[in-house]
Write a protein that binds this ligand. Sequence first.
Ligand code: CA
Length: 217
Amino acid sequence: MKKILKLLVIVMAFVLVAGISQVSAISTDPIITIGSIEVEDNSPADLMTEAGWLLYAGNVEGYTGVFTGFTVDKIGRPDAPEMDLNVAVFSGQTKGNLLVTFEDSFSVPLASGITGFETRIGGTTAGNVSFNTYLNGVLMAAFNASQGAFSTEIAAIGVPTDVYTLRIEALIDHTSLNSLSPTSFDVHVLPTPEPGTLVLLGTGLAGLGLYRIRRKK
Ligand SMILES: [Ca+2]
């Protein structure tokens, strides 16, 4: 039993050291654009002074809404970054399209075992919304939602090798609706498999190894 504990401590120490050594390599410059408005993290337009958390509320091109972005300083880890865009809008009198984007740059290394990024989308709309997510300009996920509740999960395989950019796009279309029609949604881009799952898998494999060593004795 003592031997097992000793080995577990060594495995955990290795996991911790591996995690810490990867923290330094990151560059973040997250920006949300809402129509022609640009909101950079902790610029005057950002209502949330916390790093990695962007918030804009107000009127933009015929829409009134709240736009929130979370990125790696707030969610995820430097070696397994996540991005989350949350939008709630009402259309006003002009009822045109509204393009909302959220972009951030990161740098490798990624945690070992990550094979790509998953896009999770959920929400409800009175009109139509087209979603796209990109890794270095290459489409990872595309989804169209119209008139009602929606949700989807789309996984894409592909791991970057250097500094890389993740980008979320949502094109909101209320062109044929009355002036108080709502749309709200959440778009979450996260690495697959999730780091939590990786750690569990790692400890599970370590446990299996210990079991086999013990049986041989
Ligand atoms: Ca901020």
